[in-house]
Write a protein that binds this ligand. Sequence first.
Ligand code: NDP
Length: 330
Amino acid sequence: CKQIILAKRPVGMPTEEDLKMVEAPIPQPGEGEVLVRSMYVSVDPYMRGRMNDRKSYVAPYTVGEVITGGVVGEVVESNTAELQAGDIVLGHYGWRTHAVVAGNQLKKIDPTVAPVSTALGILGMTGLTAYFGLLDIGQPKEGETVVVSGAAGAVGTVVGQIAKIKGCRVVGIAGSKDKVRYLVEELGFDAAINYKEADRKAQLKAACPNGVDVYFDNVGGEISDEVLALLNRQARVVVCGQIALYNLEKPDVGPRMQSQLLITSSMMKGFTLGDYAGRLDEGVAQLAQWFKEGRLTYSENIVEGFENIVPAFLGLFSGENVGKQLVRLA
Ligand code: NDP
């Protein structure tokens, strides 16, 4: 059984020295436990935060610990009444080829609804984050302008599509020409801009002729300062992620944009999916319904092989992915 552990805490961008592969015997399940073989391993930006020894909404990883996170796997052996060999399950045991998990820590997946990998993306953590953050905090109304950063990623692609379902003008911000084309031509965004282009500020302004009513922020930093400058009265800013800051060695000091909130009577609110722990089934049901109706689509960036978990994780910070980044294991 292969596992990836936090060998030491990264400074700046993590390296393969910080995240090391180790081998261990395949564990045996005890009473009430299940042996699972991983099929799809999720790599997520929030894992970077957990590699620091800093108080956050989830505890930091301890040095020597396996990197935990979402996995879709197949039950190999079960000592529970609820699960049987061959069942496909969602777990949170992280970057390992096999794991023994208490049966009640696994959720059985119905493979007839959608491909099972979607339990880690559009019908899982990232889809739900988009759903609750946009609808509950963003409160988008028909005709309003919704801007989303990190637009071509797992959360961003779902935010934009739900905002279209709600009848909004949707503007995406992403890091390449191809991503911009994908957002407009394939996902139906009204406009998208490449933040790496020199005139992005002017492009953003042109893409939002009526200002910004909802800003769903996945990245933070300068891009967000520029969006906040365009807020309308009573706008809502949803602080979902700040990926532009996760690898900084010193705190980011930028323009202070709170005056924008003041002069527009706008609201800015952070959240994590854990805030909606009691409503996850509602979210999955609605996302699955839109998917079935063909109103919601998704993209996955799948790389093959356990040895590519760390490169796939690092690729999140250089924008290698369109949609949800996953690693498929043989
Ligand atoms: P993504 O699939 O969006 O992958 C990350 C993307 O971020 C990359 O593809 C890249 O795209 C972009 N990016 C990387 N570095 C930068 C940078 N310096 N500036 C601007 N963009 C950058 O990841 P997720 O959809 O899983 O997560 C998106 C955000 O949501 C993250 O910040 C994450 O932490 C947060 N999140 C929050 C949750 C919550 O509960 N609040 C739950 C899940 C995620 P590009 O090519 O455009 O640069």
